[in-house]
Design a protein around this ligand. Structure first.
Ligand code: ZN
Length: 188
């Protein structure tokens, strides 16, 4: 599937609010091809030359509903730092990911969140769990995995899995008090 900034559906399209369905495993050839195309989108989107040439908006993740397919599949590529401050890249092609536990402690990105399906800026704190444990089938590794995520990766996972419920990041922003302080929350 051709995925670019013109084919990605925006929040003006009501399909973005659809609830996504579980995907049968093993993957059909069609589902596998879509997930691989989504992953390639995210990889290419951070390459300045390709992004410009192919009309890609930079992203760390994309979910299938964003190309109009209501199936629980998401591709994620996150560059972060490990506990020692060394660069680390997290890459996943997840099918039927499920959050199995979440920390009570909260976290939010100080710069706020963005989304391929949201054209405008929506400023404010998107408060999420600071740590999540996710179970999924990962096409990249061809096995079931458990991800223990903290920090930026935990935020990205929650953002992408929200798409399966038809939830967008700005749904979490309090319109009356967008920068409301949350006691004990980690600012990332
Ligand atoms: Zn999004």
């Amino acid at each position: 599937m051709l995925i670019n900034n013109d084919t990605i559906i925006k929040d003006t399209d009501e399909r973005i609010r659809l609830v996504s369905e579980d995907v049968p495993l093993p993957l059909s050839a069609e589902d596998e091809a879509l997930l691989r195309d989504m992953f390639q989108y995210v990889i290419d989107s951070t390459d300045e030359e390709k992004a410009e040439r192919l009309n890609l908006r930079p992203a760390v993740g994309i979910s299938a509903i964003q190309v109009g397919v209501p199936k629980k599949m998401t591709a994620i590529v996150v560059d972060d730092q490990d506990k020692n401050g060394d660069p680390v890249r997290y890459e996943f092609m997840l099918v039927n990911p499920k959050i199995v536990s979440s920390s009570i402690q909260k976290a939010y990105l100080s710069a706020g969140e963005g989304c391929l399906s949201v054209a405008e800026d929506h400023e404010g704190h998107v408060v999420r769990s600071a740590r999540v444990k996710v179970r999924a089938y990962d096409l990249l590794r061809d096995q079931n995995i458990e991800i223990k995520a903290a920090g930026y990766l935990a935020i990205v996972l929650q953002h992408e899995l929200d798409h399966f419920k038809g939830t967008l990041f700005y749904d979490h922003i309090d319109p009356k008090d967008p920068f409301k302080e949350v006691p004990g929350a980690i600012e990332i």
